[in-house]
Design a protein around this ligand. Structure first.
Ligand code: HEC
Length: 267
């Protein structure tokens, strides 16, 4: 009787090994496959159980965000100091100080009770381009969503963002584009019309690492950056997933041999 229970236990542990491992290593469930097939699957460096972010790509992606997307989109969950953290773009502390100091942020009140402006510091949040979503909508026709977590909030994540940024087209002759709308069939939520004007075009952002600044490249870089902001602990998760897998495998092995040894004489 006990023998059976221990046997069952080893089977349960082996099962847990596979499930926990698969979940932690983010091996996609079979049903998720077909659902995202309508846009191109990119070969991201962070794909797969051992994937890591490409530091240079994240730095270029930050530059695209800062120079282009940040004029409309907030990223309220991001602070400048995050840019120096392990597993991200890993800018040096000095670089992060300099990046933060490019902005003027509101602070205060001072002793006279007045608010004042000062250069940004690493602990400051990324400044928002609009005081509130209503002001953004009034000026742009629709409120641009906060994009800190957008790569996790949309099916397809970085594949979707890349497809969206490169998906603007001339509207077919029989399609009437509404005022303030832009034709982009990737934006199914708006039936192919989006209030965001095409934000990127070839050559728009100067890269200092020699990477060609094509529309496609910049779209990939900013999508990778948004994947990191949405999941800054991705690399740690992959690492832990692998360790848990090894640990549980060793445990199932141990249980298997322990069972055999303990019950060897009882047959
Ligand atoms: C001129 C302002 C503007 C700029 C610049 C801009 N966006 Fe947008 N964006 C918008 C607006 C407005 C919307 C909302 C569109 C709508 O609801 O029709 C939007 C929506 C989005 C969405 C959401 C789509 C969805 O599924 O809901 C993503 C993702 C996005 N933008 C990414 C970016 C990225 C990345 C950049 C920089 C490369 C960028 N945007 C630059 C205004 C802008």
């Amino acid at each position: 009787m006990k023998m059976k229970m221990i046997h069952k236990l080893s089977i349960a542990v082996a099962f847990a090994t596979v499930t926990a491992g698969a979940a932690l290593l983010s091996i996609p469930a079979a049903h998720a496959e077909g659902a995202e097939a309508h846009f191109e699957h990119m070969n991201w460096s962070f794909n797969g159980p051992f994937g890591t972010f490409d530091r240079s790509q994240l730095r270029r992606g930050y530059k695209v965000y800062k120079e282009v997307c940040a004029t409309c989109h907030s990223m309220e969950f991001m602070h400048f100091r995050n840019l120096a953290e392990e597993g991200g773009p890993e800018f040096s502390e000095a670089q992060v100080k300099a990046l933060a100091a490019e902005y003027q942020v509101q602070d205060g009140p001072d002793q006279a009770g007045d608010m004042f402006e000062r250069p940004g510091k690493p602990q400051d949040a990324f400044p928002s381009p609009f005081p509130n979503p209503e002001a953004a909508a009034a000026s742009l026709g629709a409120a641009p969503p906060d994009i800190s977590l957008i790569a996790k909030a949309r099916e397809g994540g970085p594949d979707y963002i890349h497809a969206l940024l490169t998906g603007y087209e001339e509207a077919p002759a029989d399609v009437k584009v509404p005022a303030g709308g832009h034709y982009n069939p990737v934006f199914v939520a708006g039936n192919g019309f989006i209030a965001m004007p095409p934000p990127l075009a070839d050559g728009q952002v100067d890269y200092d690492d020699g990477t060609p600044n094509t529309l496609d490249q910049m779209s990939q870089d900013v999508s990778a950056f948004l994947m990191w902001t949405a999941e800054p602990k991705l690399e740690a998760r992959h690492r832990i997933g692998f360790q848990v897998m090894i640990y549980l495998l060793a445990l199932s092995g141990l249980l298997f041999f322990a069972t055999r040894k303990v019950w060897a004489d009882q047959h």
